[in-house]
Write a protein that binds this ligand. Structure first.
Ligand code: SAM
Ligand code: SF4
Length: 323
């Protein structure tokens, strides 16, 4: 369906938990209050929302979190959504720590692609960013996913003075592996406001200087706003998700749903539509669910306001939204 600015909205990011097995410094501060399980949508409720979403033209779904794989049964949910008539694609965003364990089940249940978040390939820096020693597990998950023929994108959030020196190590991964690496600008959400990110433009300049023969890659890479380039002879591409410096709101195609069932029209604003209330009402129906989704889509603002004034009124941490 189209929103009030004529944008086609066909993609929903669904957070299935606000729990996580890592503590990335820009995403999940210690001491954050977790939502009780009774407040979180059940898989059956999420499936109902997806059916209603398909009814209004949203056919691509991303499972996210928190860390989606810490919620027991995540692979089953992938299968439940994938078998809804009209669903075109179900993908997953994960930190990769548990991915190797669940990979076969996810593939059997129809997962179409996986985004694996990895900010550094240095074990000490990994611990500094995430608080844990899980780098080897993530690297194994990436290798296994590629072996199994899964489409893989690596999400990397460069931070000044922490992992930004590794930009070329990440870019070089695309030379020898069939994967995409995406550099994501730090967004001023929650603790992200306290962390200094690196602009996509600055990284692109470095990349162009290092690889003068690199070309823009105009092929379709998924549902996101990334702009892609291909290094000479590379198997994969390097993408830039420049939410702040390369505002891409005019091509926004998505809404988000938090684990408690709040439909978020835009990342930077608190405003949301409570679809859990609709799901749990005695007179709940497909029509009412569809109308709640239409309401959220109709509330999409023209653009986000990160970097302007106070940067929006969303006070939740990214772990509570799903990225
Ligand atoms: N736990 C999963 C993971 O790490 O992929 C899924 C949830 S996580 C919130 C989704 C993505 O959001 C990750 O790639 C993470 O790096 C990114 N992210 C979290 N906080 C961010 C911020 N403030 N700015 C930009 N990206 C952020
Ligand atoms: Fe957890 Fe992902 Fe947030 Fe890191 S980015 S704390 S892995 S939810």
């Amino acid at each position: 369906m189209k929103d009030s600015f004529g944008r086609e909205i066909n993609y929903m990011r669904i957070s299935i938990t606000d729990r996580c097995n890592l503590r990335c410094r820009y995403c999940m501060p210690e001491g954050i209050c977790l939502t009780s399980m009774s407040e979180i949508l059940t898989f059956e409720e999420i499936e109902q929302v997806c059916r209603a979403a398909v009814g209004v033209g949203i056919t691509r779904f991303k499972i996210t979190g928190g860390e989606p794989l810490v919620r027991i049964g995540c692979p089953q949910l992938v299968g439940m959504i994938k078998s809804i008539p009209g669903v075109e694609q179900v993908t997953l965003t994960t930190n990769g720590v548990l991915l190797e364990k669940y990979l076969d089940e996810l593939i059997r249940n129809g997962l179409d692609a996986v985004n694996i978040s990895l900010d550094t390939m240095n074990a000490d820096v990994y611990r500094q960013i995430t608080g844990f020693d899980s780098l080897t597990a993530v690297e194994k998950s990436i290798a296994r996913s590629l072996e199994k023929g899964m489409r893989v994108k690596i999400n990397c959030v460069p931070q000044t003075g922490i992992n930004d020196v590794e930009w070329n190590d990440f870019a070089r991964l695309t030379l020898k592996e069939h994967l995409d690496v995406r550099f994501i600008e730090m967004m001023p959400i929650g603790w992200g406001k306290r962390c200094a990110g690196v602009s996509g433009d600055a990284l692109l300049e470095r990349l162009k200087a290092e690889y003068p023969g690199m070309e823009k890659d105009k092929s379709l890479h998924g549902n996101g706003p990334a702009v892609y380039y291909r290094l000479p002879g590379a198997l994969g591409s390097v993408g830039f998700i420049s939410a702040i410096h390369g505002k891409f709101c005019n091509s926004c195609n998505r809404i988000r749903m938090t684990a408690e069932g709040e439909l978020k029209p835009c990342l930077c604003y608190r405003e949301s539509v409570d679809i859990r209330k609709v799901l749990r009402a005695p007179d709940s129906s497909m029509e009412r669910l569809e109308s709640a989704i239409r309401e959220a889509v109709s509330q999409k603002p023209q653009m986000h306001c990160f970097g302007i004034g106070d940067g929006g009124d969303e006070s939740r941490q990214m772990v509570q939204i799903g990225g």
